[in-house]
Ligand binder design. Structure first.
Ligand code: GDR
Length: 328
């Protein structure tokens, strides 16, 4: 039975990946930080097959001991401070966890190593935020980076150090440059889930309005369940490499609002949305659109859920879950 070790296990991607690897027959281990982590109880109920191992991306000895204990075949580094907006206020912490955390994880992989015939394979969760103020359209694996937030800067370091450890020490290390990927498990702080969840709450009479930031940004939004398959595929190749994972389409936040409010049965979103400067960022990423050709050709990866299907899935989920929460 192959063993996978996942950081960021309680996050959206950690959950999808754990489910996917479990279905593939893996023994799944998840790293959990902190004493009495509030996410642990619910996570254990939902994912009884995942074995939780203590560890923290800020603490190298804990990573070495976690890998030493688990002896994984594959390590997926999904743990990070992942909310771009907060990274402006917590720039040092973000650099430490989202950036230096990758170096620590790679160093732990290098030290624990695995067996000669079966060295540990490493996946780094890189981000389209590295492209920031984009140099070309669409963005591919060779597009230069121009990050626009401390988060983006930390992800650039994480990407570069992953490539460097591959080139310096021959580690099987891949960087997956994933564009925005969403779904019902997305945290409520991110724009898509904030929209679908608030639309559901307005429909049910719980909330009255949705307060937003910049509505002009455009993103390449896919479904997280499709994207974790690409992570796994990257670690099954003969040679490690870096891949863009995206849909190749871009949509504005206004388009997302239109579809979500229609799906919720509320009609024109303009009747419910107000903008507040507190949700604007000091520097914005205006337009992202990825070119997934390499992942499609070399990995055979394709997505199953399209933009309209994604919005529908999220609104329907939030209508149901908010209605059942209201009954309790
Ligand atoms: P992003 O995701 O920054 O692209 O990073 P997010 O959903 O937070 O923002 C997308 C765009 O929406 C605009 N926006 C708002 N965003 C939020 N969160 N809340 C609002 O009220 C709001 N109003 C407008 C933002 O300004 C932005 O332009 C995500 C994260 O998951 C990263 O960790 C990941 O690396 C990238 O996607 C790929």
């Amino acid at each position: 039975m192959p063993k996978a070790f996942i950081t960021g296990i309680t996050g959206q991607d950690g959950q999808h990946l754990a489910e996917f690897l479990h279905s593939k027959g893996y023994q799944v281990f998840g790293m959990l930080k902190g004493q009495n982590n509030p996410r642990a109880i619910q996570f254990r109920d939902e994912f009884p097959y995942v074995e939780l191992v203590p560890g923290d991306l800020a603490d190298l000895p804990s990573l070495v001991s976690a890998l030493d204990q688990v002896q994984p075949d594959e390590v997926y580094n999904l743990g990070a401070i992942s909310f771009v907006a907060i990274s402006f206020n917590q720039a040092e912490l973000t650099s430490n966890i989202t950036g230096l955390g990758v170096l620590r994880m790679l160093e732990a992989v290098r030290m624990v190593g695995g067996t000669q015939n079966n060295p540990i394979r490493f996946y780094q969760a890189s981000s389209s935020e590295m492209f920031g103020q984009v140099r070309e359209i669409p963005q591919n694996e060779l597009t230069p980076f121009h990050p626009r937030s401390p988060y983006g800067c930390a992800k650039v370091f994480g990407h570069n150090i992953t490539v460097n450890y591959r080139e310096s020490y021959g580690i099987y290390a891949c960087s997956g440059i994933l564009f925005n990927h969403e779904g019902p498990r997305r945290g409520l702080e991110f724009v898509t889930r904030k929209i679908t969840n608030t639309a559901a709450r307005i429909k049910l009479g719980i909330d009255k309005e949705l307060v937003m930031g910049n509505l002009d940004a455009k993103r390449d939004w896919g479904y997280a369940g499709d994207y974790v398959r690409a992570m796994w595929l990257m670690l099954q190749q003969d040679q490690p490499d870096d891949y863009v994972v995206a849909t190749g389409e871009t949509h504005s936040i206004e388009e997302f609002l239109t579809l979500a409010f229609e799906e919720a049965g509320l009609g024109d979103w303009r009747n419910f949305v107000r903008q507040d400067p507190k949700f604007f960022r000091p520097a914005e990423v205006d337009l992202l659109i990825g070119d997934p050709t390499k992942a499609q050709k070399k990995l055979g990866w394709t997505r199953e859920v399209d933009f309209a299907g994604l919005v529908k899935m999220m609104v329907r989920h939030d209508l149901e879950s908010e209605a059942s929460r209201a009954k309790r």
